[in-house]
Design a protein around this ligand. Structure first.
Ligand SMILES: [Zn+2]
Length: 315
């Protein structure tokens, strides 16, 4: 089924396994970049609670890394909340990420649960996660990948960020009465917004398309959204070169397509007894997201039983 969404974009939803497999096999041969995507393993050596199975994330992540090695992804982008609690949880789960093929980079970003540690240990987070900074960007084959820090303005992460408390109070207070008024969310501060605009301008001048990664979502409207999601939407939707915004934090996943941008929430690996991860494939004129495990059930109204695909045509 092909649905016209916008004059320059089409959304193709595969309806059968055969169609899906054929399309993927054909597309696989020409992928420019393949990205392994993981959201919210929330590992901890602790019993499960409700749908969250903290201990199971070790084998789930092992399965994901095996799959990424098999498909020879170009890199892994982790979408935050590697651990649920306790610094020692990193000691168990980081070696699993390190099972990726030696020449394959793993990029991390900060999630709220990664700060469920002693505040004195927070200054070690970036080094432990091999991150160059709290937010950064990298370039692969004329694509710019921007990694945001959704914990920038937050109470739990401020021992790392050291922002004046009134900035955080103001950002949190701006969500009063809104669905995302929770202190486990966070906002993107003024300095990071300036950096984001500059980075988008730089990418545009270099004719790079952009994919943005963040822990917290912007769309659709939800309790887990970034505190100042509307400000960030304004920035990225006024930049003509952003193709997709990809995040975790909302464990059941989600999807929206608005003003030319695909807003994709990857399902949380910690949920349920099956694993959950994806491979995003970039083609000259399209994106394809392969879903594995629970990821296949993302946005059921828009998915077939074997994941969903997004194709976009260039202007
Ligand atoms: Zn989270």
């Amino acid at each position: 089924m092909v649905i016209k969404l916008k004059h320059t974009f089409i959304l193709l939803i595969s309806t059968t396994f055969i169609l899906s497999s054929c399309a993927q096999a054909q597309a696989q041969a020409h992928a420019i970049i393949k990205i392994g995507l993981i959201a919210d393993p929330q590992y901890q050596d602790a019993p499960g609670s409700g749908e969250r199975q903290y201990r199971e994330s070790l084998w789930k992540l092992n399965e994901a890394i095996d799959t990424f090695n098999y498909y020879q992804v170009d890199f892994i982008q982790n979408l935050g909340d590697i651990i649920n609690e306790e610094w020692r949880s990193f000691d168990s789960i980081i070696p699993v990420y390190n099972r990726i093929n030696p020449d394959t980079e793993t990029y991390h970003l900060l999630g709220n649960h990664d700060f469920s540690i002693d505040s004195i240990q927070m200054t070690d987070l970036l080094e432990t996660l091999s991150m160059p900074d709290c937010y950064y960007s990298y370039v692969k084959k004329k694509w710019r990948f921007i990694v945001l820090d959704a914990t920038d303005y937050s109470y739990y992460a401020n021992p790392l960020h050291n922002h004046p408390i009134d900035k955080i109070d103001g950002s949190f207070a701006s969500t009063e009465g809104l669905p995302n008024h929770y202190d486990w969310n966070g906002g993107i501060g003024e300095e990071q917004q300036i950096w984001l605009k500059k980075t988008l301008d730089s990418a545009k001048s270099l004719h790079q398309k952009v994919i943005i990664f963040s822990h917290m979502p912007l769309k659709p409207e939800h309790a887990t959204n970034l505190w100042n999601h509307k400000e960030i939407v304004d920035i990225i939707e006024s930049s003509s070169n952003v193709v997709a915004f990809i995040n975790g934090h909302r464990h059941e996943g989600g999807y929206a397509f608005e003003n030319g941008i695909h807003y994709i929430t990857i399902c949380g690996m910690v949920n349920t007894m099956i694993s959950s991860y994806g491979i995003l494939e970039i083609y000259r004129d399209s994106l394809v997201l392969k879903g594995f495990g629970n990821q296949q059930e993302l946005a059921p109204e828009q998915t077939a039983s074997h994941g969903w695909k997004v194709l976009l045509e260039k202007k």
